[in-house]
Design a protein. Structure first.
Length: 360
């Protein structure tokens, strides 16, 4: 926690508090009283000679694979945790300034910030996220576990004595949590999520068509034709890349059936974790989940047919949250909108203390 500084408190009183979903793939910022104002890729372009940041977010992502030798576009978070502290700090500072772009402040903003982190991170990784936020000129920084924030953002009754199940599938991690009375009862976290599905498509193209495709091409194919369950009408998509035999450009048309077979590994891992969590859940909470269903959040929830696949495997109703991409940011936003809410403050205070999750 930052040391008390009267000047910071004075300037901070005019800053807008922020809820930040610091994701492996995307960073979303919720501003108190305004909602989500920023949703950009977690990518930073850096000049290797001067160490200066050349671009952040969408502008930086457009540079991936297209930069000259002296500029590198990096993703400073890996598997939901900070891989490059200095770059994350610069990225956060950029987003905090951008969130206050239309503010009347003439001084540097010093907001209170609630930032989401994966539930399975170590205390050191949690502290790194908090320190990076403070170094990015936040007045106070709180961390909240992403499945809890996602459940709040999805509108689940986390404060009530009712079992709620949330499956948050992000870019770097998939988190499965059973929540009741403002606490996480069962929590599983695996480093298999959207990025691994993209990588599986890259390997599929290499294995089946001797073709090398980039990350962005794999992501586009996943969004357009990736699926976890047979579709009513199968889709075709064109993969473009380089022929590994001739070195020349190559394009092939593949079906959603082929891509589904190519990504079966990571999809099976996610489904297995959902089932493993249910096997550990107390029977009273299982009864609640059978009645109210499983909620999917995160970008991975948009994978075609994933809800049907999990429903078939668990024999429970499965729902996709409204705007699943923004659930964590909206949950963190609800917390900053209601700092006086005792349950939310208890959740934040609990998260600052050590609590180990099952991380596989």
């Amino acid at each position: 926690m930052a040391l008390f500084n009267p000047l910071n408190s004075l300037f901070g009183a005019f800053s807008r508090d922020l809820g930040i979903d610091l994701g492996t793939a995307n960073t979303l910022v919720h501003v108190r009283g305004k909602g989500i104002v920023i949703s950009e890729p977690s990518v930073v372009a850096i000049d290797t000679k001067t160490k200066q940041v050349r671009a952040v977010g969408a502008e930086a992502k457009a540079m991936v694979g297209k930069t000259p030798a002296n500029i590198v576009a990096v993703r400073p978070l890996k598997d939901g945790v900070i891989a490059d502290f200095d770059v994350v700090e610069k990225m956060l500072a950029y987003f905090i300034r951008k969130a206050h772009t239309h503010s009347f402040l003439i001084v540097e903003p010093r907001p209170r910030v609630v930032v989401g982190v994966p539930s399975g991170v170590t205390e050191v990784e949690k502290r790194a996220a908090r320190d990076a936020t403070l170094n990015a000129k936040a007045r106070y920084a709180y961390v909240v576990e992403e499945p809890m924030a996602a459940a709040i953002g999805a509108g689940l009754p986390v404060e009530e004595p009712v079992g709620s199940m949330i499956v948050d599938i992000g870019g770097g991690t998939t988190e499965v949590a059973i929540i009741s009375l403002g606490g996480i009862v069962i929590n599983h976290s695996i480093r298999t999520a959207g990025d691994e599905i993209d990588e599986a498509i890259v390997q599929f193209a290499r294995r089946e068509y001797n073709m090398l495709i980039g990350e962005r091409m794999a992501e586009r194919a996943k969004i357009a034709a990736g699926s976890a369950y047979p579709l009513d009408e199968e889709i075709k998509v064109v993969l473009r890349g380089r022929d590994l035999l001739t070195g020349l450009p190559k394009a092939v048309e593949v079906s959603s059936v082929e891509i589904r077979e190519g990504i079966v590994g990571p999809v099976n891992a996610i489904v297995h974790e959902v089932r493993a969590s249910l096997e550990e859940t107390p029977p009273e909470l299982v009864a609640d989940i059978m009645e109210h269903g499983i909620t999917l959040a995160g970008g991975g929830a948009l994978l075609h047919g994933l809800d049907k696949r999990i429903a078939a495997e668990t024999r429970m109703p499965v729902y996709i949250a409204e705007d699943p991409l923004s659930c964590v940011a909206r949950g963190a936003g609800k917390m900053i909108e209601s700092f006086e809410n005792k349950t939310y403050m208890d959740i934040l205070n609990r998260t600052q203390n050590t609590r180990k999750a099952k991380f596989r």
